[in-house]
Ligand binder design. Structure first.
Ligand code: 5GP
Ligand code: ZN
Length: 112
């Protein structure tokens, strides 16, 4: 999709620190990390959010989770948090589905 920053990272058109890639997903470090490990796992195909991905490409949807688990294991984390922000009202700023993987520090609940 034109003008989508994550489509451009997936395509290699702009730099991203890629830590893992599969047939359907790419995982790269967040530019503004909120934890020692903060990786974004995205589908290669463009969807606006998690629900649209699940409806449109269920295999990629599942692969986001297995990729996130693989990255957490690679980085030595048994404990980690996975987040999908859906909608500007809860802080979604990039409208290409992305799963946040956060790990490496204590976290509180409920989230802010
Ligand atoms: P959201 O707020 O939409 O859930 O998350 C978007 C995330 O993308 C933010 O954590 C932000 O730091 C990250 N981000 C925005 N632009 C870029 C970029 O160009 N490269 C990388 N690696 N991360 C980005
Ligand atoms: Zn996109």
């Amino acid at each position: 999709m034109e003008d989508c920053i994550f489509c451009k990272i997936v395509a290699g058109e702009i730099p991203g620190e890629v830590v893992h890639a599969t047939e359907r997903t790419v995982a790269f470090r967040d530019l503004n990390p909120q934890a020692p490990t903060h990786v974004l796992v995205v589908p290669r195909r463009h969807f606006a959010n998690a629900a649209e991905l699940a409806a449109g490409d269920p295999e990629a949807s599942a692969e986001l989770l297995t990729t996130a688990a693989a990255v957490a294991a690679d980085e030595g984390h048994d404990d980690y948090r996975l987040v999908f922000n859906t909608g500007a009202g809860v802080g979604q700023t990039v409208f290409h589905t992305h799963l946040h993987l956060l790990a490496g520090r204590p976290m509180t609940w409920p989230p802010g």
